[in-house]
Design a protein around this ligand. Sequence first.
Ligand SMILES: NC(=O)c1ccc[n+]([C@@H]2O[C@H](COP(=O)([O-])OP(=O)(O)OC[C@H]3O[C@@H](n4cnc5c(N)ncnc54)[C@H](OP(=O)(O)O)[C@@H]3O)[C@@H](O)[C@H]2O)c1
Length: 277
Amino acid sequence: MEPDGKEVVLITGCSAGGIGHALARAFAAEKCQVVATSRSKVSMGDLEQDPRFFLQELDVLSHDSVQRVVSTVVEKYGHIDVLVNNAGVQCVGPLAEIPLSALQRTFDTNVYGPMRLVQAVVPHMASRRKGKIVNVGSIAALAPGPWAGVYTASKAALHALTDTLRLELRHFGIDVINVAPGAIWSNIGNAVRANYSQMPEWKLYKPFEAAIRARAHFSQGPKSTPSEEFAKKTVAAVLKKNPPAWFSSGHLSTAMAVMYHLPLFIRDFIIKIAIKG
Ligand SMILES: NC(=O)c1ccc[n+]([C@@H]2O[C@H](COP(=O)([O-])OP(=O)(O)OC[C@H]3O[C@@H](n4cnc5c(N)ncnc54)[C@H](OP(=O)(O)O)[C@@H]3O)[C@@H](O)[C@H]2O)c1
């Protein structure tokens, strides 16, 4: 049985200050029982004493960690109604020089991570013929520009997987929703800056250093949408009886969707002006 009739929602990447944390609070505000996860419980410490949250440490890179948390939650609540694959990392650097290890780690987090969760929860959801899987992609994948090619490629891969999952999982009563945030206030700029400090010195691209660095916090400008506002709208869409296949919201989300439909030469021209490259 659901605890007090509440829907159980498992979210990855719920560190304070990020979208996952805002989503956790927005689901809780809609009377859901939230399993908030992150790599470290300390990063979600403010939720600890609130019974609407069950905190678990989960690293999406680890099969064992995913299996352990999913088993714990199914044992405790009997089921998982909504999985939100939110954890993700940005990655900045020119494709011709970025270490392949950075590319692999980004795909491991942003693509294989969600798939580890999907494969762990689907048997439970399918057995009840009920469930929702939300994959957090990015609107940036619709119009990839310079310096964040690894990130946008990982999100484009996630979008493609999400579209296939939606068709494959409908046979088992599972809805799959692609959420594509625009520019949302979060810790993503700080996180990518820390990753960027480990990059080698660029060779051919040394003259572009300032532009590459600037791409790291492109989504964190004065007009970026507060994560609370984004989370509230996203949760309202996800909790609908018939949720949308695609949900996008936030600063630049409409502009990027329009860019997607433009001829490539026009899109390239606009991107060259917006992002020095
Ligand atoms: N902010 C935007 O403008 C924007 C736009 C489009 C899409 N997105 C997507 O939205 C999602 C949330 O990002 P955000 O903006 O909220 O960034 P954020 O504040 O940096 O949050 C990312 C979260 O993912 C977690 N994470 C990273 N690697 C992980 C791993 N191996 N296992 C478990 N958790 C891991 C981080 O944990 P730690 O705190 O431990 O690092 C953090 O909790 C991401 O998928 C991102 O790509 C964001």
